[in-house]
Design a protein around this ligand. Structure first.
Ligand SMILES: [Zn+2]
Length: 327
């Protein structure tokens, strides 16, 4: 049919209307729309398209780096630092080459007292009579020997600290009561220092044959060295780790508690030790340990197997001198 057009998909039949209707209808619609738009309130674009404006995020992290201020050049000249005068009165120790070894006789004593009646062969061998002991001290003093400690020997080997010309170390094992009643006053008489390897259990139980804690404290306060020999006098070879810690660390802590001074050296009971014993001695914080093996040459490599010279009850003054002199 002419005059009829069908727009595909719209189904609007406007072409049939008379021309006035076809003219007025769009004009009217335009006027209505114009009026409607003119009466609309002006809406900010931000409200029309709210997503276009970035909104502050609640989780935004403020910047952590503060801006570096621009350095302002100062017109004041920086003052020249005044050189600090180097003190010349106190000599600075010059670290020298460490010694390869040190030759120091470490004498080993046990009892220093009159022999008890019916003493057996072992007891006689371990016991030096007080008169002989004093004759030995007299000889050392007259021959120019100076007593040092194991700490002195250690610092000489590890730091190069100097030793006296004729050093000697006096050690006394087991902490018998005569260490306080005989040895201690004689050492003080000659201005000597002694090193005493003590036990804890006899002191804890107040055994009259051994040093008590008060005696050890008095001796330590007077400059004597109180060191560790084990809580008890037992063979430490083949023992459990816990047992070794109890004996080796236990005596260290007990002596340090009662004397207020550090314990740095250990004495293997009866001279017996194995690799586990040395390992626990090291880990407990000891700097070294002495054996009963014979010798007078010490190195950094054998700090935990230091050798000594046994002084026997059968020694004459001549044999004593020969041992000290290394003849
Ligand atoms: Zn012993």
């Amino acid at each position: 049919m002419p005059g009829t057009a069908e727009v595909p998909g719209t189904c609007i039949r406007v072409m049939r209307a008379p021309w006035l209707t076809r003219f007025l209808f769009p004009v009217g619609m335009l006027a209505v729309v114009t009026l409607f738009v003119a009466r609309m309130p002006v809406v900010p674009l931000a409200q029309v398209f709210p997503t276009l404006t970035p909104s502050p995020s609640a989780t935004a992290v403020p910047p952590t780096s503060t801006p570096t201020p621009t350095p302002v050049p100062t017109s004041t000249p920086t003052p020249t630092p005044t050189p600090v005068p180097t003190p010349t009165l106190i000599p600075t120790p010059t670290p020298g080459p460490l010694p390869d070894f040190a030759e120091v006789p470490i004498l080993m004593y046990h009892y220093v007292e009159d022999l008890p009646p019916h003493a057996d062969r072992i007891r006689r061998d371990l016991t030096v009579r007080p008169e002989m002991f004093e004759a030995q001290l007299q000889y050392l003093a007259q021959a120019g020997y100076q007593t040092i400690t194991l700490t002195d020997l250690y610092l000489h080997l590890t730091e190069g600290r100097p030793l006296p010309e004729k050093p000697v170390i006096l050690t006394f094992d087991d902490g018998y009561r005569d260490a306080y009643t005989v040895v201690f006053p004689l050492l003080q008489k000659y201005g000597f220092v002694g090193t005493f390897f003590v036990l804890a259990t006899p002191a804890d139980y107040g055994s009259p044959r051994y040093l008590d804690w008060g005696m050890m404290k008095e001796m330590a306060d007077a400059g004597m060295e109180i060191q560790g020999h084990g809580r008890d006098h037992v063979d430490l070879r083949g023992r459990s780790y816990e047992f070794l810690v109890y004996q080796i660390l236990g005596i260290k802590e007990a002596v340090e508690y009662h004397t207020g001074r550090p314990v740095r050296f250990f004495c293997y009971p009866s001279g017996h030790y194995d690799a586990s014993v040395i390992a626990v001695v090291r880990s407990a914080g000891y700097w070294g340990a002495v054996t009963t093996a014979y010798g007078r040459i010490h190195t950094r490599e054998n700090l935990y197997t230091l050798q000594r010279i046994r002084i026997r009850g059968s020694d004459t003054l001549e044999s004593f001198i020969a041992k000290v002199e290394g003849r």
